[in-house]
Design a protein around this ligand. Structure first.
Ligand code: BDP
Length: 696
């Protein structure tokens, strides 16, 4: 077992269980007239054959009890005859129902399109794989979001920025002639969780991908993905008209520039008729953008949007902007974009990170969610664990994603959740989406660790339906990836569910953020002030001094709180009402501040850091008890990684406590072990060749 099969493992179920399912999988009635039908058929044969150790026979019509009939009302007269209500399924949804056809009890899997039926087939396989009853089915489901996209931060030279799973899976050199079978497995995995788009290159983009040589390569990927309902997108470099177009300017209002983008879009759509569109990082961290010409983000986005609009494409314009000014970095995206609400073309989505700073272990939701009712707001989550321990720390991100999605913006009163902002229901948008920065690379297990696969999985499931529970998703994933054995499932799901809070505790408890080492973003460096820009330095964020710690974002501080709707701003502005898990995000408080527990802040800080380490010890203990339930290969790698995690959790705790103690001058509260080394020791640690850290 090397993890390559992901959650599509399809290993034989227990004999008794398989026997029950076999009665409902005796025969497969499915067309093969289109590429999507063919891959759906292949997947069902492979999945059912593997899980039930018996492959259903293929048939053109239903002749047996327990047949599975798959298709669309237009592709299958048998299905059409059933007169099923497929309204509400849209283009990608499905229904699965136990019905009677030609006198036989049959399971039908139906979509309005082949891709809908494919999604249904994957759901059916999931039911079998997780041991759900399938004899009285009446399911229907459709995605709540339109664009469900992975963003690959892959460079064309094969490096993956913030990637901890090897090199880029795109073999640009051999494309378009060699289509690695891995691309098909990638598409299968994504389709199985409803992902329908992939941005193939890094947001820190070069212009080269827009040259015809590279577009041929992208087109080859698009061909592989198309049967699975997955479209390709490209990160576009804003200055490409200069670099590869030979123009003197990239000013978005220059007619020549506009013509260039239109011609480029026409060229792309000739090669890739279902091309999704562009993702753009502009005027951010050194990337070119419209502001270089005195234009706004709306001017820039609209020029690209106009180029792809005739072909049905979209522009995903990122709001991740901040510059080295005196303004609180957490406020800058809102300040920049809020005034532009209503100025974007209809095919532009603003892609906004979950929090106002940058994918930290915990942040409040970005105040842009809810603040731009006239603009489709797309969520960007980071699946790769840039700030959460890379590949070796076991951190299940489901609770983090769920936390932000269920946060209430209160912009239209109670229940105005972030999920409802992005699914369009709050402000009446139909163009909706969610993007996840992929954690995928050439490692055999795709994601650098077995448990990181769960983060890919949960992203896809939540993009399909942002109101699903992260616990339920974890359970599905554990059953599919490892085993249905209850003695394994329950403790492992519990371990996963607690893992994010453990990481918050040993890295950045109580609302602290951005304490990691400069550049590489791995271990702790709260002392660091070496970065050129103040807003890249940990000291900018924690502001610890002799008197206290935390970033004052209240009305007497940077006033970031007032970017939220009044009912959210008020409690954030009040130190007593702010949830303690965000305390130091919003407030600078004295070390001896009384926490709800009755203890001082200093005590609670040390206690949280210690709790984080203790939680990882418990995770290791849980895992030790799982020995024997799964294959030794994956068992042992997880065990080894947990050992690394414990060592590094201890490192985080000790380094942070040593540093904050040097600032607060306070003795360690009684009962807590002192750091294992001196502060000088932690400060002296140096790191070279850190994975995923490429100079940009
Ligand atoms: C930060 C990463 C950096 C990305 C940037 C972005 O450290 O590598 O380029 O975000 O999202 O989190 O553009």
């Amino acid at each position: 077992e090397d993890g390559y099969d992901l959650w599509l493992r399809y290993r034989p179920l227990r004999t008794e269980q398989a026997a029950v399912f076999q009665h409902h999988a005796s025969q497969l009635v499915i067309g093969s007239a289109t590429p999507t039908q063919t891959v759906t058929r292949q997947e069902l044969l492979r999945g059912l054959g593997g899980l039930l150790s018996q492959t259903p026979t293929l048939s053109d019509t239903v002749t047996r009890d327990g047949a599975i009939l798959v298709g669309t009302p237009t592709s299958s007269p048998l299905i059409q005859h059933l007169q099923l209500d497929t309204q509400g399924l849209g283009n990608e949804g499905y229904l699965i129902r136990s019905v009677v056809v030609e006198g036989h009890p049959v399971t039908v899997i139906v979509g309005n399109s082949d891709v809908g039926a494919l999604h249904g087939a994957f759901q059916f396989l999931r039911l079998v794989q997780t041991g759900q009853p399938i004899d009285h089915l009446d399911l229907h489901d459709a995605p709540r979001l339109k664009l469900r996209v992975l963003d690959h931060w892959d460079y064309l030279n094969g490096q993956v920025e913030r990637g901890y799973a090897g090199a880029s899976i795109w073999d640009w050199w051999k494309l378009p002639d060699w289509r690695d079978p891995r691309y098909t497995d990638y598409a299968r995995a994504n389709a199985s969780i409803g992902i329908n788009g992939t941005v193939v290159n890094n947001v820190n983009a070069g212009a080269e991908i827009l040259t015809s040589r590279y577009l041929q390569k992208v087109a080859a990927l698009a061909d592989v993905f198309r049967p699975y309902g997955i479209r390709v997108y490209i990160s576009a470099r804003f200055s490409a008209p200069i670099e590869i177009g030979g123009l003197k300017t990239a000013d978005p209002l220059d007619p020549q520039v506009q013509r260039w983008w239109r011609a480029k879009a026409d060229e792309i759509y000739k090669l890739i008729p279902d091309f999704g569109g562009f993702l753009v990082k502009a005027n951010s961290e050194g990337q070119p953008g419209p502001q270089d010409y005195g234009r706004t983000h709306a001017d820039g986005a609209n020029t690209l949007a106009d180029a792809v609009a005739p072909h049905g494409g979209v522009v995903m314009w990122r709001t991740f902007v901040y510059s080295p000014t005196n303004e609180d970095r957490a406020k800058q995206a809102y300040d920049e974009f809020k005034p532009l609400d209503g100025h974007f073309r209809a095919n532009v989505l603003l892609q906004t990170k979950n929090g106002p700073v940058d994918f930290q272990p915990r942040e409040p939701f970005s105040p842009l969610f809810g603040a731009m009712p006239k603009t489709p707001m797309m969520m960007e989550l980071e699946i790769t664990k840039e700030y959460l321990g890379f590949a070796t720390h076991l951190v299940y991100l489901g609770p983090l994603f769920e936390e932000v999605l269920s946060s209430d913006t209160m912009t239209h009163g109670k229940g105005s959740t972030v999920a409802r902002v992005i699914d369009g229901s709050l402000d009446g948008h139909t163009l909706t989406g969610m993007a996840g920065v992929a954690n995928i690379g050439t490692d055999r297990n795709w994601s650098g660790s077995d448990f990181n696969q769960a983060n890919w999985y949960v992203f896809g499931r939540l993009a399909w339906n942002p109101t699903l529970s992260s616990r339920a998703i974890a359970e599905e994933w554990v059953r599919m990836t490892f085993t249905n054995n209850e003695a394994f499932v329950k403790p492992v799901v519990d371990m996963m569910m607690g893992s994010r809070e453990a990481a918050v505790d040993y890295m950045t408890p109580l609302g602290l953020h951005h304490l990691m080492g400069p550049g590489h973003h791995y271990g702790p460096a709260p002392w660091d002030a070496s970065e050129a820009r103040a807003d890249w330095r940990p000291v900018y964020y924690h502001r610890a001094d002799r008197d206290g710690i935390g970033f004052d974002r209240t009305r007497t501080g940077s006033d970031a709180v007032d970017q939220y709707a009044p009912p959210v701003a008020a409690p954030f502005n009040d130190v007593k009402q702010t949830p303690e898990q965000l305390l130091l995000w919003f407030h600078h408080v004295p070390w001896n501040y009384r926490m709800r527990s009755g203890q001082t802040l200093w005590y609670e800080l040390v206690a949280h850091y210690t709790q984080g380490v203790d939680d990882v010890k418990k995770m290791r203990e849980t895992w030790r008890q799982m020995d024997g339930y799964i294959d030794p290969e994956r068992y042992q790698q997880v065990a080894a990684f947990l050992a690394i995690q414990e060592k590094e959790a201890q490192w985080w705790r000790d380094a942070c406590i040593a540093y904050f103690q040097s600032i607060s001058g306070l003795p360690l509260p009684p009962g807590f072990a002192p750091p294992q080394h001196s502060l000088q020791y932690y400060e002296s640690l140096k790191f070279d060749n850190v994975p995923g850290y490429s100079a940009w």
